[in-house]
Write a protein that binds this ligand. Sequence first.
Ligand SMILES: [Zn+2]
Length: 693
Amino acid sequence: MGLVFRRAGVSLVCLFCWLLPAQTSLRFEFDEENTRWRLANGVIEAVFQLSPEGAFQLVEMKHLASGDAWKTGGSNALFRFRIDDKWQNAQTGFFLLSQQSQPVARGGRRQTIVLMDAARTMHLAIDIEMYTGEPVLRYGTRFLNLSGARVHVTGVDMLPWDFSGGGDSYDALRVEQWHAAGDPADFQTHISPLAPTGEPVSVDSGAHGRFCGWMALAAKSGRGLIAGWEFDGRATATASHWADQDKLALSAAISGIHHPVEPEEEFPLPKAFLGLFHGSWDEAGYVTQRFVETALAKRPEADGKRIDEFPYVSWDSWRYGQDLNEATLRRNADIASRIGVELFVVDLGWARSIGNWHADTMKFPNGLGALSDYVHSLGMKFGLHFAFAESSATAPVLRQNPDWTSSSSYGYYGAESLCLSHQPVKEWIIGETIRIIDEYNVDWILQDGENMVKECRKSTHTHHPLDSNYSNAVDGLGAVLKEVQRRRPNVLWENCENGGNLMTFQMVQNYVTSIVNDASGARGSRESVFGATFPFPARYADRYMPEEELGSYQTRSYMFGGPWIFMNRLTEMSTQAIGFAALEIARYKQMRPVFDSARIIHLLPPMPGFTDAIAAYEDKTGRGVAVVTRDGSSEGTTRIVFSALDRLTTYRVSFADDPSTLTLTGAQLMTDGLLVRLPGFQSAEIVYLDAMR
Ligand SMILES: [Zn+2]
């Protein structure tokens, strides 16, 4: 077990930031004589080769600004998977069938290399993508079955990497997901040294897993790797270092895959990415987050245009539990719209029962559509909670189709779980989702459930009984979201697998944000944001604020990050609290543009009895914001020392509460730091940085 993130933090800064060249075009070259490819994008360069013996691999990857080189440790193909009982990897032996490169969406370029095995039983199409200025390789392999018979993919390793250790020693950074059971698992960070004797550091990821689907490795020399895998099901990733063999190996094995592939059928292995960084863990996070925003993340768009108000200020009904009614919600909507809320969400409890997704007519005598119209008339978006993978045993859908349940049930508010990869279930769910979107004029779906990738070993379903994990992730959850979003592209989705338990790089492709704490309190909220903003952009850290008595400690504990969600009974709040909420919402709206492309600076981790701090800083505009929170510390002032600012730039420094304004250089803020006054025992301050350029 590793150390929890050290309070002192890591003082390394981004030594090479200022050396990064401006946007450089992508350059992909193929040397036919030596069957070598050199792919470059201005920040990294990667060389691949198919050897005369038929072994395909990454030979070397270079970080141009720092000069860091990552050389192959022997066998470094971009694929490692098993067909029935035989592993396919660099040793299989392939010849080149064809190769080409072409532009892909979002300004990227894809190199495709098609290989065939000597026995001519398969094509492997290896796709390698790069994006201008992003020091990351995204890769995936498509397997085409030419054997003439059905085969089964029985193993997939999404991180098939094997580098030379280069005489370095390594630390690994992992981040937990949220767990209702606690102990704690609230986005805690773990920094663990990699033993030089090969004992792995492992990451159990995916739905219902312990960790986010990401890891970072940093060498003592400053060079570092980040890796993420685009899979919602369970996987176990490892990093191991054998110093005597000069080998640094990564892997991320999908747990439980037994996927039939028919003759002439193509099976795409889940994609993953590998990136390079140099410097601190903040830099590892920044490299990941920029790539995710550029290449992967679902954009908050309507009719193809970015929604300027995103991340929203939102309100959610859960403080009323399932005891909802139209009149109460209307009264809350009135106040919400007055204080600046932009999205109004009706949580669990609106339907007749879980699985019977028609509005409860006792609670909504005029229909849920009338409430939606009212919310829209107040200028807010209308959102609805939806747990489509669950159904109460008494709901009509399960009474008529008792076999639609998955073989394991997860007890979401007493409901049974449905098997999403069973074709008729999938079709029913897609139909119901489209219907509720249209019937209730829904702009936003808060998608919830207990374990979104159910275990199902039934032989009566259309998936293979041994393929539960893969099928339910890709053919189930993934396919439902893809089809609904294709048909209703303007509806935005929020991930809430029981409060932040599906933190994967497939999730970011389907949702515009994710819950990172399920009402775990003010400090819990700051803890989750602190951890989640290593792997994920700040907009994937949304927070639910249940308190009705509001001071700066409450509001600012929930303010930093993506959508800020009020979950309090607005009708029961004092005039003073409502007034303060309106003021704080205005402050949030002022700071939120920074989150779009911010570098997150993890200044001081939240701990009881201390003061914590986190900052977002936008390189291109020189704007930054920090939230500093005194959580029972005896000190009335705290010094925060920034990293990753521009040393030569002069910043105007101002505060939300403290009326003073300072003028300081980046160098001063990064060396002496900034003294922040926090007079209250539990209080918080906002610091604004504006480059004077
Ligand atoms: Zn099933």
